[in-house]
Design a protein around this ligand. Sequence first.
Ligand code: K1U
Ligand code: ZN
Length: 169
Amino acid sequence: MALLPILLYPDPRLHKVAKPVQAVDARIHRLIEDMLETMYEANGIGLAASQVDVHERLVVLDLSEERNQPLVLINPQILWASEEKHVNEEGCLSVPGIYDGVERAASVRASALDAKGQSQTIEAHGMLAVCIQHEMDHLLGKVFVQYLSPLKRNRIKTKMLKALREDSR
Ligand code: K1U
Ligand code: ZN
């Protein structure tokens, strides 16, 4: 297993659109293991392959208290989203230290392959629904700060670039 470097906003690679996973093979199993290790080490509840510079439709999640119930979504698709919307506080491992409210569907139904390549349907509400939508946005090259006002987004971009410059000194 290996820890993978997480791309930081405003890295342009975060805006690439991911392609479908062609085969759930040994390479994908290794990537799943590495992404789970990376997500747990960063104390995240989700991670999309796009964030580790792999532009294929793969997401890992774990919202359990004990951090022992990983969920793997390969080639996920939203089948249904509720008309009811909620605003939730979101964070992102690619935008560390920034949290803000984003409006999303309160519930979603999604289909995906699991780590064994079997199809699964997930009914998600609350934080799981938020997280699935956030991670699927990553696969489309969208970062949650793009929902914020241009003023907020520019402030975040400036702050992130300043932190990057200071880290490289
Ligand atoms: O995509 C990511 O970078 C992972 C992200 C998932 C996420 C968290 C909260 C709302 C939507 C999506 C994180 O894990 S950020 C860190 C975190 O654990 C967290 C942040 C805010 C609320 C709850 C958890
Ligand atoms: Zn994110």
